[in-house]
Design a protein around this ligand. Structure first.
Ligand code: ACO
Length: 336
């Protein structure tokens, strides 16, 4: 039987940096509040002519370079994003930008901050059961485009970024994805959403589905709406359970892992989960002070920095978990 392994990582961030002090100029907040409650100090924001597709392509290019895989040998591109620049999906644009000449299967995966973990697991399934050999898994989001910049409860949290890994087929003995655990709870959507806008005009006119209501108006999405306390509680409850479940399937426990790499949403969530799993501080990967919550990008961005700095070394076992809107959450136990 076939296994799969992670053989390269890359990341990319927008040039524009926005500090807590910069935010204090547009909403009633301050550096101390944000730092103490979240651990975030800076975030990057797409601006001007920047595009998320370009950022994702840059991250993917760097991952291919590290993996020493030619773009023409990529047989699948998975773009994990909730903020595509084309509603129909952006992955084919990334394949094009990378110069993948064989028209590889390329599609988007939408699962908010859990997107990258879901992408990793999907890649493993395609390799094990579908005969694919080199899959690019990209996590990229630009939540800044959906943030209400007058809402201090949410606008301080998010940033834009892209990260990518190359997942390659290998012998079963070398397999680098030991176990996973994935979930969703649609009931919790009320706590965190950026839903399609109900058309106020249609509502006011009492439109009810007759031919007189045709044609429909163009839709748009509302800004991110969040109940921070509920999301915080959900994460602290669900993430340790999910990681314990995945570790159990792999026959491991918290003391067997070299690194805990959680979706970078809030330092207090990361610390609470680590405490629950009895993972010591020095085995936590965290870079959210610099980037805030970058949604599907946060895990591959933090992984790439940890790999390039030499902290994560070949053979290291990493427990990773994503959680967020949907609600969705999930974890994977991987070997670098
Ligand atoms: N600056 C200053 N004061 C603020 C700010 C701010 N930016 N935001 C809120 N406050 C005030 C509130 O108004 C409140 O004031 P009050 O006591 O007078 O009413 C007080 O600070 C406390 O507010 P809380 O919302 O209770 O603060 P809390 O400790 O819960 O922290 C936070 C809020 C940081 C949002 C936290 O709940 C959190 O991180 N939750 C998780 C959110 C998250 O990770 N979401 C992303 C999920 S990933 C995805 O899929 C998108």
């Amino acid at each position: 039987s076939r296994g799969c392994k992670l053989i390269g990582s890359g990341s990319a961030i927008p040039a524009l940096q926005v500090s807590n002090d910069d935010l204090a100029k547009i909403v009633d907040t301050n550096d101390e509040w944000i730092t103490v409650r979240t651990g975030i100090r800076n975030r990057r924001v797409l601006s001007g002519k920047d595009s998320l597709t370009n950022l994702a392509s840059e991250a993917a290019r760097k991952a291919l370079e590290m993996a020493q895989v030619d773009a023409n040998d990529v047989d699948m591109v998975l773009m994990c994003t909730s903020t595509p620049e084309d509603l129909f999906g952006s992955a084919p644009q990334i394949s094009k930008a990378l110069g993948c000449k064989k028209n590889p299967l390329s599609y988007d995966i939408t699962a908010a901050c859990s997107g990258f973990v879901l992408g990793l697991v999907s890649a493993a399934c395609h390799i094990r059961g579908g005969g694919f050999n080199n899959i690019l898994v990209i996590g990229a989001d630009s939540l800044s485009r959906y943030v209400d910049w007058t809402d201090r409860g949410t606008c301080i949290l998010f940033g834009d970024a892209a990260g990518a890994v190359v997942v390659q087929s290998c012998d079963a003995e070398e397999d680098g994805l030991f176990a996973f655990d994935l979930h969703s709870d649609g009931d919790g959507q009320r706590h965190l959403k950026a839903a399609i806008k109900e058309d106020e005009v249609d509502k006011a006119l009492g439109h009810n589905g007759s031919i007189r209501d045709f044609p429909p108006r163009r839709s748009s999405y509302s800004c991110i709406q969040m109940n921070g306390k509920e999301v915080f509680r959900f994460a602290c409850r669900s993430v340790p359970q999910s990681i314990e479940s995945a570790l159990g399937k792999a026959g491991l426990n918290g003391s067997n892992i070299d690194w805990l790499l959680l979706h970078q949403a809030n330092q207090r969530i990361i610390d609470a989960v680590a405490t629950r799993l009895e993972v010591p501080q020095e085995r936590i990967i965290s870079n959210l002070a610099n980037y805030g919550n970058t949604s599907a990008a946060s895990i591959p961005l933090a992984l790439d920095e940890a790999v390039r700095s030499g902290n994560v070394k070949p053979g290291h076992v990493i427990a990773t978990a994503g959680f967020g809107a949907g609600l969705t959450w999930g974890s994977a136990i991987i070997r670098w």
